[in-house]
Ligand binder design. Structure first.
Ligand code: AOF
Ligand code: ZN
Length: 374
């Protein structure tokens, strides 16, 4: 039977490794964020976390920090140590060479190049390996990476802003600033977690948004990342309506345009063009678009768009998480809804959202949930 004191220590150490891993959440893409702690006689002798793709993995940093004290040590890692040569050599080799006796892993690496092979290699080398401690928390570190590795699609978060009576704009289209500055600051924080911000040409032409992450709007309660990375801005432009005189193009960071095969590639040649199939009714095939974006190593997408695109993404089953900011205003029943669900004809078909978090953000309420088709 496992020693109960050891179980508590294992949880404490993995908790620390998760804390370290979180430090990389805004910088490691397309790699996962990973943390590692090395202990000797239940005392931490080395810590590390993955910081950037191409740079050393968490284990390598932790082994270096433990500076030659690793013989017989225990390593706690939030993700299975890698067994392949990628941008960097395998971490299992580094752990075996360091002489660790035990490795505790929170979750298996879903990357097919690893997928259990790292654990097997460690066991073959006579190392005691334990898997699954704080697995749920480890999964929450990398929803985009895990989803892309297991489904070949990015994880898509759909942000919506609505009034208390769940309306998004007046009938005349006036819509900016329904929610409070605090809610908009929170949006900046979540934008920064994404590899890409996705919207449609309709929204870009109507609102002329910048779709950037801005230091001046960053929430005061959160440490400002340095440097502030700009997610790729992706615009679905099936009818070639995007023109050069947009605020989007005055800001730093890449813009990608999603278009059909027949699009005129010479227009906006400075933008990367993601060419996708059309659906039977002539629209951009959203599923095909998502596959194309995953091929470009986009793990996590933050979507801020109009009701039509939001509905189309829901109908296509491509929304993995919704972030709804609900203000304290009433806009009345002539105002517009948040999501157009055109295929919905019976209440029994109404999609349900499993609410995972609900809290106050300034005067507004933020609701996070997972559509139940997921
Ligand atoms: C680990 N520890 O800290 C991370 C791992 O191209 P590379 O060499 O950076 O390898 C990237 C892959 O390695 C990535 O897809 C994932 O499977 C794993 N990430 N593994 O042992 C780490 N970041
Ligand atoms: Zn590795």
């Amino acid at each position: 039977m496992t020693d109960p004191t050891q179980v508590i220590i294992d949880h404490q150490m993995m908790h620390r490794a998760l804390q370290l891993g979180r430090r990389g959440m805004l910088t490691t893409a397309p790699n996962p964020a990973v943390g590692c702690v090395i202990t000797q006689q239940q005392k931490i002798i080395g810590e590390g976390w993955h910081q950037r793709a191409g740079q050393p993995h968490a284990e390598v940093h932790a082994i270096a920090a433990a500076a030659g004290q690793t013989k017989g040590a225990t390593a706690y890692v939030t993700l299975e140590p890698c067994s392949h040569f990628g941008r960097t050599p395998p971490c299992v080799n580094a752990l075996i060479d360091a002489g660790v006796a035990r490795v505790v892993v929170a979750m298996e690496d879903p990357n097919p190049q690893v997928a259990g092979k790292g654990i097997a290699r460690l066991r073959e080398a006579g190392i005691d390996v334990e898997v699954g401690i704080l697995e749920q928390a480890a999964r929450a570190l990398n929803p985009g990476f895990i989803h892309r590795m297991t489904t070949q699609l990015p994880w898509l978060r759909l942000k919506m802003a609505a009034s208390l009576d769940a309306r998004t704009a007046l009938a005349n289209g006036e819509s900016q600033w329904i929610t409070s500055p605090q809610a908009r600051a929170d949006v900046q924080y979540w934008r920064a977690h994404a590899d890409a911000i996705l919207t449609g040409a309709d929204t870009v032409l109507a609102d002329n948004p910048r779709l950037t992450v801005r230091a001046e709007q960053w929430p005061a309660s959160r440490p400002l990342p340095d440097p502030l990375k700009q997610p790729v801005r992706i615009i679905i432009d099936g009818q070639n309506r995007i023109h050069d005189q947009l605020a989007l193009f005055e800001q730093p960071g890449p813009v990608w345009l999603v278009r059909h095969e027949e699009a005129d590639a010479s227009r906006h040649s400075h933008c990367h063009q993601v060419i996708v199939r059309r659906t039977a009714n002539g629209n951009v095939d959203l599923h095909d678009m998502m596959l194309e974006l995953a091929l470009r190593e986009i793990n996590l997408i933050w979507t801020e768009c109009g009701a039509r695109l939001a509905g189309a993404l829901c109908d296509a089953g491509l929304v993995n998480e919704v972030y709804l900011y609900q203000s304290n205003q009433l806009l009345g029943s002539d105002a517009r809804g948040v999501v157009d669900l055109t295929s919905l004809t019976a209440l029994t078909q109404a999609p349900r959202i499993r609410i995972t978090d609900r809290r106050q953000v300034g005067p507004d309420t933020r609701i996070i949930g997972i559509p139940q088709n997921q």
